[in-house]
Design a protein around this ligand. Sequence first.
Ligand code: UD1
Ligand code: UDP
Length: 375
Amino acid sequence: MRILSVVGTRPQLIKAAALSPVLRARHDEILVDTGQHYDDALAGTFYRELGLPAPDHGLGVGGGTHAEQTAAMLTGLESILEIHRPDAVLVYGDTNSTLAGALVAAKAGVPLAHVEAGLRSFDRRMPEEINRVVADHLARWLFAPTPTAVANLRDEGITRGVVLVGDLMQDLAARVGREVATDRALAAASRWLAGGTQGATLSPGGYLFATVHRAENRQPAALRAWTGLLERVARPDRPVILAIHPGTRLALEREGVALAPDVRLVEPQGYRTSLTLQMHAAAVVTDSGGVQREAAWLGAPCLVLRETTEWLEAVDDSAGRMVIVGHDGDLAERVLAELAPPDGAAALARDRAARFDLAPAGAADAIAATLEAAE
Ligand code: UD1
Ligand code: UDP
């Protein structure tokens, strides 16, 4: 089958790195990068690090309002579809690149495959919720990562084309997680970070790893709330390493929000470093969907800086290690005192890394095989 895959953001490059080699063993793939993410730290670095093939087309869309961004993607993708006339268009997740790929495929009458179908926050104020609902209702193949996602689709009357394949990101985390479970990997990441302007010497369980990028967390009141929370949980002997998305950095600067000294800002990191820092942290603090699941697979305590999550299984299966804290600083402190106490966090982190044994979900194989069966 000739499949045109659309990517554009950091997590989509990571997911494509997990699927693309498997897809290419059985199908012809044309890779299109919308350029929604354009900084090297959010885009180029993942091509190099994860061996993702160079895109056949780059749209160079960049930033803008949702309408500007999506409109530019629609026009660009439409002409590429006309050139290649693929048998299927494949989109990942819930970004504006997902939405554009889905709409263009549907209008051109090309069957759509949606990877990570069926996730719902039931909050239409989130741009992602709109994007994923549209993609799911247009898709011919809906590759669901979890049983909850399948149930969500059923509740919306979608059963045809739904396949529970597991989580594609687990396939990659299983492989790379094994490589970064050593003290040596943390020492290398620590040296790498110390080479930047913000020095940091990291020991197992001796820091918190944080990422924040959701649109709702870039609103002024929310910015103050989560930076306040980080300030409360950061200590000189347990700094917060905040790998900052450039959009969040901009929002902090615009609002003049300063970070406490023990909250150390670092650039967005590569995939391997991100996994390393999660693996050996006392705990992970994040609003990212991808980081939430990775923390769960690595067994790291995880505080979710949101009011809700699409990844209910990650919370349910975490044995209390994943907690939705929103912006509640009291709750964050209580959870950390329990899950990563000062006198136990190092041993817990060491033990977790030593025991790491995550099986791949097999999602990439299941997706490639389903598409092959449809030929
Ligand atoms: C997007 C997705 C979000 C996903 C996230 C993954 C949408 C609506 N949002 O959010 O679902 O979780 O990617 O990381 O599709 N910027 C840069 N350099 C870049 C990219 C962005 O500086 O390379 C800044 C710009 O100021 C831009 C802002 O970040 O305006 C937001 O970027 P955008 O791509 O619109 O959304 P993300 O917040 O990255
Ligand atoms: N990630 C990364 N470097 C970072 C922060 C995150 O490589 O500095 C990875 C993370 O390990 C996960 C993915 O990016 O694999 C998650 O993407 P992101 O948080 O941008 O988006 P979301 O998953 O919320 O859509």
